[in-house]
Design a protein. Structure first.
Length: 481
């Protein structure tokens, strides 16, 4: 059995528990749990959540995709508590990260495990707060250690300050000269310099989110990071991308791939007209990775790509452009067991650099960063690139932010909920709501809290809901434009 799959299966087995005596001579089950055993399951679980939240929430809200045979309420801009469980359940991983920290404190595993655990914790909590707003933070994950079963909800402003401080601390904890004595790093294989780059890149993402609310503090730290790459290395090539690469053997498979065969709905997930029309206009080869040609043209000399407008009436959607055989669905790569889950890429970092330079946060070459962001995105998606693309009138750098935001939008395809977060921060790209939207044309600002919180953590839930203006999908993030 592949060691990566062995680790994942082992931790599932251990977590399940049982009363029978375990035979520790079983070669497929580790005799002692160490950070190298726990870490793979954490990465695997978060990656599944990222993929599902992209497919079910982000891609529909932000008009990457839409259904053509039925309504999904998400593409109509209606979010309900049932949409919230995927992201909220990331809290369960905090327990695993606490276990890793306890092992390190007890002398099992190098301190680099604690730094990795901390960075993943920040990633989880940033995704949760970006989805809901005020959420448990200071008391989160303390049920076992401190018997806190109803954690209070902290303000998003407080959470962001804490996450930014944490990331800086974890970056300093990393020893790039040492590896990981028990392995288990399925992302960078123990290369701690790459972990440091990931931590600083994530820090840039979070800092940019706060620039409208804490402009002086955020811009100063962004400038410090980007002006001192020796002290603050960030992602600089696709070799630094934070990707979870599924092995392709169950259970370690891209979580959408089995659905492609099994679920009718998945087969009819169309790529949006906004994406198809834009990339066609630009002569952008990423189109052929994101989408398939229509079934009617797929095996001809002239394949045709036709996107579907979001949130059309059901009958109109099903019959659009002549029906199902004349619309483009998600690319075939998303049928494969080995497609990667995307946490963060160098392309995003280059676009953050371009924005920072345009806004005067540091003395960088905004045009070069913009070009590098585009090129790295093409390279990641395996799309042929020609420098002529950079001179297209709709692409050519003009020193303004809208073009940076638009190219960043394309680069964030299937990257968790990051495109939705970036849209809420910037207001770009300019998306046209579908005719059946139920929210007055507004893309929702947050997910409602899950129903479990309303019953199990009622007092804290009510206090937080009142503070943010109601548990409503249109209540804004603290950092939102």
């Amino acid at each position: 059995m592949n060691i990566k799959i062995t680790m994942i299966c082992a931790i599932i087995f251990l977590a399940a528990g049982g009363c029978e005596k375990i035979d520790n001579t079983n070669p497929n089950v580790p005799s002692a749990v160490n950070p190298g055993v726990v870490l793979p399951q954490v990465m695997y679980s978060i990656s599944n959540t990222l993929t599902h939240s992209a497919f079910e929430i982000n891609n529909e809200l932000i008009q990457y995709t839409c259904m053509n045979n039925t309504f999904t309420e998400v593409q109509r801009f209606k979010l309900q508590p049932s949409n919230s469980n995927q992201v909220w359940n990331l809290y369960n991983r905090l327990r695993d990260l606490n276990d890793i920290n306890s092992m390190v404190e007890n002398g099992t595993g190098h301190g680099n495990y604690a730094a990795i655990s901390g960075m993943i914790r920040v990633f989880i909590l940033s995704m949760i707060t970006d989805a809901f707003g005020d959420v448990p933070y200071s008391e989160a994950g303390k049920a076992t250690a401190a018997n806190v079963f109803t954690p209070k909800y902290d303000t998003q402003e407080f959470i962001y300050k804490g996450l930014i401080d944490e990331l800086q601390r974890y970056s300093q904890l990393i020893d790039v000269t040492a590896g990981l004595d028990f392995g288990g790093d399925l992302i960078y294989q123990g290369d701690m310099l790459k972990w440091k780059k990931f931590g600083n890149s994530l820090l840039l993402r979070l800092l940019m989110r706060t620039t409208e609310r804490q402009p002086a503090e955020a811009s100063a730290l962004i400038g410090q990071i980007l002006s001192d790459p020796a002290q603050y290395p960030v992602m600089e090539s696709n070799a630094d991308n934070f990707l979870y690469r599924y092995q392709g053997s169950f259970p370690d498979v891209f979580p959408l791939a089995p659905s492609y065969v099994r679920d009718f709905d998945f087969k009819y997930k169309s790529v949006s007209a906004f994406v198809v029309d834009s990339l066609t206009k630009f002569g952008d080869a990423r189109l052929y990775q994101f989408a398939r040609p229509t079934n009617a043209s797929a095996n001809t000399a002239n394949p045709v790509y036709v996107g579907l407008p979001n949130a059309l009436p059901v009958t109109e959607s099903a019959n659009y452009n002549g029906g199902y055989n004349f619309q483009s669905y998600l690319g075939t790569r998303f049928q494969t067991d080995r497609e990667a889950a995307i946490w963060m890429t160098a392309s995003e970092v280059f676009f953050l650099k371009a924005e920072a330079a345009i806004r005067g946060f540091y003395q960088g070459d905004a045009q070069q960063a913009y070009h590098d962001g585009i090129k790295h995105s093409f390279d990641y998606w395996g799309a042929p690139f020609n420098d002529d693309y950079l001179t297209h009138p709709s692409v050519a750098f003009d020193g303004t932010l809208p073009k940076v935001y638009l190219q960043k939008y394309f680069s964030l395809f299937f990257t968790g909920i990051e495109a939705w977060s970036d849209y809420r921060r910037t207001g770009y790209p300019r998306l046209v709501p579908g005719p059946t939207n139920v929210n007055d044309g507004r893309i929702p600002s947050r997910l409602p809290y899950p129903l479990s919180e309303q019953s199990l953590n009622q007092n804290n839930y009510r206090e937080a809901s009142q503070r943010i203006g109601g548990d409503d999908m249109n209540s804004k993030m603290w950092w939102q434009n």
